[in-house]
Design a protein around this ligand. Sequence first.
Ligand code: MN
Length: 231
Amino acid sequence: MSYVFAAPATVSVPILGQPEQFPVHRIYCVGRNYEEHAKEMGYTGREPPFFFLKPADALVVVHDGATGHIPYPSLTANFHHEIELVVAIGKGGRNIKAADAMGHVFGYAVGLDMTRRDLQNDMKKQGRPWCIGKAFDHSAPIGPIVRAEKVSGIEAAAISVTVNGQPRQASHVSKLIWNIAETIEHLSAAWELQPGDLIYSGTPEGVAAVKSGDTMVGQVAGLPTLTVQVD
Ligand code: MN
């Protein structure tokens, strides 16, 4: 095979404790999957889960113990953090039932679904796609993936992010409206999941803006801390 220009490199995420990388296929994101966040965004109740995507090359991979850097993005004056548990899929499938879903999970990571909130809100008002608010370059910082068998209690883990040491978001994964297995069931009814897919599972309440120079420290209990500075 020859190409007219160099093909883009495969995007991959390190796996804690092993040399092989996790090659990324797609990034799926779940919208409004914690009740208190749904409320702060002006919604209530257990609506069916809905999804959007980010391109794989929006990932900013942050190695264990390192500080990642993202540029303050263009076109926004309201750049928000959303701390999320990321589920890495190791075995694909269509119409996966919740009862079988955990067998498709390779592992977990801490991620930030960075959002140009002002642009997202404009798009919502106009009934337009969210891409410009969600799927921009450098919008998906992620830490190393920990294999599922090395993680216990993820379904109830504490999840939080601080900015410059101040608490911003703090909740528990047990407060997901649609838990990991149910999310996989819904997602795989709409798309055929593939090994290498990542699922940003949603963010709890407390989303807020960051500015240049701010440092975010994201944590999900049992996973490596994700530290990211906005340049
Ligand atoms: Mn999100």
